[in-house]
Design a protein around this ligand. Structure first.
Ligand code: B12
Length: 260
């Protein structure tokens, strides 16, 4: 008869992927990346460990100790950034990314309600994920930052046809339009949209964003500007409000986003 006596289960029930790729466990890796502030630390952990049932009470408690925008940026989004790092290290996989994003969204929905914002928006912006692209988690984070900073955001969602995005921009004439592309096959939407706006005589900056796009690419077509991370977007928006055009944003980009 088969006997388990003497079996070393630590060698059997083992995350072979972690063993092969990294020496550390998710907990050990995350410990080095979590925010040092105890309140943000706790909030970030909720996202990191996908605790979608308890994130609500934890964020509500945090709101009595910290300001809502900081909870979003330094807690919820910080937790999601760690998740993305663990994914890159093959410690987390797609299900973890999706569950963590859901957890983050639950927390953001609660914190967002407490963000003090003027009744009159500073300006209107349009956001979308490129035609053919279903990746919208980064865009959603950027949209929250913009709303929290007092802008009206028209969020067109994901997989937005080029012609629809351009038609909306012609109708609304936003301060700027942002596009997100995480796939190299979809990022070509942005030069196409920019060319159509140019043809219509509209100088609306078109912010190219998302993992597939880099600064060089976003600067390679007229109207194109770049924003690498969601928190940089309100800072760039403020410069546009101050009267900068897309060329000046490009010229001073390093100084503008410095530290954000
Ligand atoms: C989650 C995910 C999905 C989810 C998307 C769910 C959703 N609602 O978004 C689902 C399962 C739908 C998906 C599908 C696919 N995916 Co996918 N997916 C990912 C994954 C794992 C994570 C992306 C993510 O959300 N990251 C977390 C967020 C927070 O990061 P982020 O989007 O980069 O955003 C940050 C910045 O880019 C920036 N940002 C982003 N948007 C914006 C907007 C503004 C205004 C600003 C300022 C900043 C900004 O700010 C954020 C941080 O501050 C990536 C892998 C990766 N490492 O990125 C692959 C990845 C993007 N997917 C990929 C692929 C290929 C696919 C599929 C084609 C797979 C397939 N064969 O079916 C399909 C798409 C099919 C289709 N056409 O419909 C590839 C793309 C490769 C490429 N370069 O072209 C990747 C890179 C995986 C890989 N390594 O191969 N995917």
């Amino acid at each position: 008869m088969l006997s388990c006596e003497g079996a070393d289960f630590s060698k059997v029930l083992k995350r072979y992927d972690i063993d092969l790729q990294v020496e550390m466990t998710p907990q050990e890796m995350a410990a080095k990346l979590l925010p040092s502030d105890p309140v943000f630390h706790k909030v970030a952990e909720e996202v990191l460990y996908m605790r979608f049932k308890s994130v609500g009470p934890v964020v509500t408690q945090a709101l009595s100790e910290r300001n809502p925008l900081d909870i979003i940026n330094n807690g919820l989004v910080a937790g999601m950034e760690i998740v993305a790092k663990l994914y890159a290290e093959h410690v987390y996989y797609l299900p973890e990314i999706m569950m963590a994003a859901k957890t983050m969204e639950i927390g953001i929905a609660i914190a967002e309600k407490q963000v003090p914002g003027g009744l009159t928006p500073k300006a209107t912006v349009i956001m979308h994920a490129a035609e053919g692209d279903p990746h919208d988690i980064g865009k959603n984070i950027a949209a929250v930052m913009m709303r929290a900073s007092g802008y009206e955001v028209i969020d067109m969602g994901r997989d937005v046809p080029v012609v629809d995005a351009v038609a909306k921009a012609k109708e609304v004439k936003p301060l700027f339009m942002s596009g997100t592309a995480l796939m190299t096959t979809t990022m070509t939407a942005f030069p196409a949209e920019a060319a159509m706006l140019k043809e219509a005589g509209l100088e609306i900056p078109l912010m190219g964003c998302g993992g597939a796009v880099n600064r060089e690419y976003a600067n390679s077509y007229d109207l194109g500007i770049y924003s690498e991370k969601a928190p940089q977007t309100p800072i760039i928006a403020q410069k546009l409000l101050d009267g900068y055009d897309w060329k000046k944003i490009r010229e001073e980009w390093d100084d503008i986003v410095n530290g954000a």
